[in-house]
Structure formats: structure tokens, C-alpha cells
Design a protein around this ligand. Structure first.
Ligand SMILES: [Mn+2]
Length: 277
């Protein structure tokens, strides 16, 4: 089976012809790795490449993986692999195959679009197109993805907003479906003063301001947050300590990633390499 996954990895168009049985095998194999991971991933050395929402943009994922995924780098995807874009199924399957081949070097964090089994949302074209069996296999697997990554040079990376915790270890205790989980996977940041600003009346997303950002980042001892999820957010917020990136043509013409060499101190976004793919 690993040989079959290697073939698909090197001839990525094969990902378009995976049968349902092969997809079940893929979900099972990837699940063995993902279920053993903690909510919080700690990265200690090397170069880390952060990738925003890909949302069915298989081309973006292939570009990043062919260029950066190897046994030295760490590549951290910030969630939202499915829905909106044209190739959700191929995108998530190619990522799961890559995860099986590079389990320590590819980290797939959880976005709100991976939690369809917990909170319903629209658009959900990927989820709505699945058979009942695949719906339950994908939703069970994807809701087990880790929630955050931290680096030894002061970066925390996650999908939406910071959880209301003061020690990074507390992230390991967060349960799927809880308020803290909803802050991470659904939360927005606003360039406004204040802490909790209420749920958005239309999207139901929890909104947070500068005071909340500073309080949680100081408590966690982190310098810079790298996140995705919120296309209307400014790229840089809060004095350059909060970077929002997207890596999908489903939202924007520009597909952006951020790179940090963990040997280098990071105090603001200016200390990262931010580029297009
Ligand atoms: Mn999102």
C-alpha cells in the first residue's frame, strides 16, 4: 500500500483516480499517524514553512509540497483543506498521502472546515458530495488533527484565533467542540481595542480585539501568531505580531506562505520571509 501512495506522490495526477476502497485505506493509514499526535506540536529546529488555507486548491498544495517538503524542513498547513475550491477531495487525499510519507515533516492543523461533523456551515461542497460512509470516515479523521504548533523562536501557528489559555500545555487538554476549540478553529481578530468582542451576528464567529491578543500572547510567552481563516483581516495586525496568510486561489489571486529559520529570533512579522507560491 505504501508503494501505491509513493506512486501517487510522484505522479500526482493519479490522485484523481483513487477508488473508494483506496480512499478508505488512505484514511485508515493516515489516521494511525494523526491519532498519535497531540493537539500541540512543538518544533525545535530547522526551517518551518507555514501554509494558509488551501480550500481545494490542489495546485497550491502541490507547489508547496514539491518545493519545500523533505526530511529536513517542517511544513505546517493551517487547516481548511476542503470546500470552496475545485479539487477538495484530491487536495485532502494528496495531503494525507504526503503525511504518510513524511509523518514528522508535514503537520496538518485543523481548521473549521475539518469540523463539519461538529458545527454545520455553508458552503460545504466537499462534505455535501460525499457518500454517508466517506462523510463519517473523513469527519472522524479530520476532527482529530492537531490544533496548534509552536516554535522555539517564539511563533505560534493555528487556524483562527488564540484559545483563552495561559500555558501552552493547556492546548493539549482542549476537546473538540468545546469553547476553546471554537476559538481556535472559528475565531476572528479585529484591529480594535478590547478583549472578547462578541460573536459576529451573521457568521457566528467569535471576535477578539487587541487586548485579548496581547494578554494571551504574553501569557503564552509567544511573539508572533501565524494564522489564516479570515480573508477580510489585514495581513499584519497588532504591531506586526499577527500575520494572516492565505494559500488558495479560492479566495485571492495571491497565494502567500511564510518561512522561518528557527535559528533566527522572531519578534515581529518582519523577521519572517513572506512570499508567494
Ligand atoms: Mn476557516
Amino acid at each position: 500500500m505504501i508503494e501505491r501512495f509513493k506512486t501517487i506522490f510522484h505522479k500526482p495526477d493519479e490522485v484523481f483516480v483513487l477508488g473508494e476502497k483506496e480512499i478508505e485505506d488512505l484514511i485508515f493509514e493516515a489516521g494511525r499517524i494523526i491519532r498519535a499526535e497531540k493537539n500541540l506540536i512543538t518544533l525545535k529546529d530547522g526551517k518551518v514553512i507555514f501554509v494558509g488555507d488551501t480550500h481545494g486548491d490542489l495546485d497550491a498544495t502541490r507547489n508547496v509540497i514539491s518545493k519545500y517538503l523533505n526530511f529536513k524542513n517542517k511544513v505546517v498547513f493551517l487547516g481548511d483543506y476542503v470546500d470552496r475550491g475545485p479539487n477538495s477531495m484530491e487536495n485532502i487525499n494528496f495531503l494525507l498521502i504526503s503525511k504518510i510519507l513524511y509523518p514528522k515533516n508535514l503537520l496538518l492543523l485543523q481548521g473549521n472546515h475539518e469540523g463539519r461533523g461538529i458545527i454545520k456551515f455553508y458552503p460545504a461542497n466537499f462534505w455535501e458530495g460525499l457518500s454517508g460512509r466517506l462523510y463519517s470516515l473523513y469527519s472522524s479523521l479530520l476532527s482529530k488533527l492537531p490544533l496548534a504548533a509552536i516554535t522555539k523562536n517564539g511563533i505560534i501557528a493555528l487556524h483562527g484565533a488564540l484559545p483563552d489559555v495561559f500555558r501552552v500545555e493547556e492546548i493539549n487538554e482542549i476537546e473538540v467542540g468545546s469553547d476553546l476549540w471554537r476559538e481556535i478553529t472559528w475565531g476572528d481578530f479585529r484591529e480594535r481595542e478590547g478583549k472578547f468582542l462578541g460573536d459576529d451576528p451573521f457568521t457566528r464567529r467569535p471576535q477578539f480585539g487587541r487586548g485579548y491578543f496581547q494578554e494571551i500572547m504574553d501569557g503564552l510567552g509567544m511573539n508572533v501568531l501565524i494564522r489564516s481563516h479570515q480573508p477580510d483581516a489585514a495581513g499584519k495586525m497588532y504591531g506586526g505580531r499577527c500575520l494572516t496568510i492565505f494559500t488558495s486561489h479560492a479566495y485571492l489571486q495571491r497565494r502567500t506562505i511564510a518561512i522561518s529559520d528557527l535559528k533566527k529570533e522572531v519578534r515581529t512579522v518582519e523577521d519572517l520571509e513572506v512570499l508567494e507560491v
